[in-house]
Design a protein around this ligand. Sequence first.
Ligand code: UDP
Length: 278
Amino acid sequence: MGHERFDLVEHDITLPIDLNVDEIYNLACPASPPRYQSDPIKTNKTSVLGAINMLDLAHKRGARILQASTSEVYGDPEVHPQSESYWGNVNPIGLRSCYDEGKRCAETLFFDYKRQLGVDIRVARIFNTYGPRMDPSDGRVVSNFIVQALLGHDLTIYGDGSQTRSFCYVDDMIEGLFALMNLPEAPETPINIGSQGEFTVLELAERVLDQTGANAKIAFKPLPIDDPTRRRPDTSAALNLLNWQANVPLEEGLAATAKSFVAQLGHLASPAIQSREV
Ligand code: UDP
């Protein structure tokens, strides 16, 4: 932060901005369902108006621009694993659609700015990602389970826990995004960036309990509407084009994340856990 060539500009990307830039990573928008559903109109504006404003900036400045898209463009997928050529199965008017359709429209804008104006675009479809420095109250499954375990609360499984996700550790994700940005030639399509390791939500809960040694139980809660049943990326394009794949095993990533949460939660974490190396 103190570096002479570092500038932090706080700005709402639903409004235009002009800056002297040569690369843009557009990561704006909450990715947690409770967070993005708490103000769905703003969520959609962030994806759509944000994409327009960032693409206009890239066009004006001749900058390369990377869009953080999402596995949610595949909705509740009927094809497994999901490859980039799959068009998805998204409810256009459901509670998740502010995020799903906002991100889909952003992808359209990116490819139209490329075709019509020649902007150098990169679109990463990010699958479930977690790691240290997540907001403990983010609301997504990995942070919820770890925080619940550390506090000795019940782990809240929505539905019966048979739905699957593939969890990518943040360091792997950053390397993937970086590789995509730095690829000399822009790929013709979005690229999936995510982990191949697919787990049920119940398996994740068991791993978190093992990892933290927490004395916590599991509580089953209602499944949210339109919750995707299965999700795993086909990452062959990332491997072929970027020579990238996720490497950090779930146990290792969960351990590092739990450790950072113990530090964040401080005295709130149960004493048994504070004294134990999680
Ligand atoms: N989930 C859960 N308990 C929680 C939070 C989430 O069982 O406390 C489930 C959720 O219903 C979904 C999966 O975990 O099936 C992943 O949810 P998350 O919100 O992390 O991300 P999503 O992939 O749904 O956007």
